[in-house]
Design a protein around this ligand. Sequence first.
Ligand code: LRH
Ligand code: MN
Length: 426
Amino acid sequence: MKIKEEHILDFNKASLETHNDSFDFLSSKLSKNGHDVQGIISRLADFQVAIPSWALGAGGTRFGRFSFFGEPSSLEQKIEDVGVLHSLTQTAGAVSLHIPWDIPSDYNAIKEKADALDIKFDAVNSNTFQDQKNAKETYKYGSLSNTSQAVREQAIQHNLDVIKIGDKLGSKALTVWLADGSCFPGQNNFQTAFQNTQDSLIDIYKGLPDDWKMLVEYKPYEPNFYSTVIQDWGASLMLANGCGDKAYTLVDLGHHLPNSNIEQIVSILQLKGKLGGFHFNDSKYGDDDLTVGSIKPYALFLIFNELVYGMANNPQNPDLAWMIDASHNVKDPLEDLIQSLEAIQEAYAKALLIDQAALRAAQIDNDVVKCQEILQGAYRTDVRPLLERARLGRGGALSPIQAYRSLDVRNSLIKERGKNTVATGL
Ligand code: LRH
Ligand code: MN
């Protein structure tokens, strides 16, 4: 399924006048306040977020999984679905593959398909949290941290294989997330598990091409419920530092204990030049993998405030990997991802409206009230006309969700694929 550009242009006609009115009103107000509106629009248009290949079908929990029908049953169909998201939003110009769930059968064909849809291959993800058929060793008691050298070597080799797969597709980063940990006190020797993980990551790091990054993802719990080897940003940072300059910390927003100050973590990792990228999602309790901005939009805005500050003041930190990591239990996966892309763009646009110089001055003066007024003044601005204009400029839909529905995309996918296709992934 490919959405024709003329169908989107037709769809936009009905709301173009409304968009122009609200855009003209907002941009004149912003220009009067000294904002570079065109500069903001081009930063929004250039901001591309990678879609997780494992989240294009229905997610599920141990209690059940409810399909949406018309799910992609091959990597080719997954790339097509990312193409649908990108044609509507013009901000989903990349895909992040999970191996072995998405091993290409024909590398050239898959690259041609992605190129034709203007989709790049972002970080590739290894998987040593599930046993593969005919695997010699099991990861039941861990992978890179396992007490068994044979298990560690199998996991290291898998990561080296994932790098090779990514390299053939033009990817430039490996994401390592480990489920490794324990469910009961006394089950693990924490130091041995951590040191085994460090030594294993160093062996993987040696296999990284020069222009690649290794992104070390942390998580406090699940599927282990007493300890996790890479439990928090500190553990990830120590392991990344133990590997070398090409290793960084990846921040999955759902991988924090309640009320963690994620924007402070992001700020300090940038200061240390060790922030590698994000898995955007939202959560109320645990690693709920909900739609970005659906539960804590202000927290996301505060994170983007630190990112905008960091992008201006921390040249020591590399360009970041922007990725979504979500799971869809009750929403159409494509609608869910469209809403997430919108929330990310909205948080970024609002953060770009923060007068960083005025905020800095108020901070130095300890004018606490003014600091909040500056932040919330930006946050309370309805920036949607800016997002619309950024999309419009690239041939996208003024309202991607409405376009998705009025173009009846899901039913077209069901007609094409039937009702029984199941996407690989979580
Ligand atoms: C772990 C995680 C990790 C992925 C998996 C699909 O919770 O966030 O990024 O490998 O989800
Ligand atoms: Mn993640």
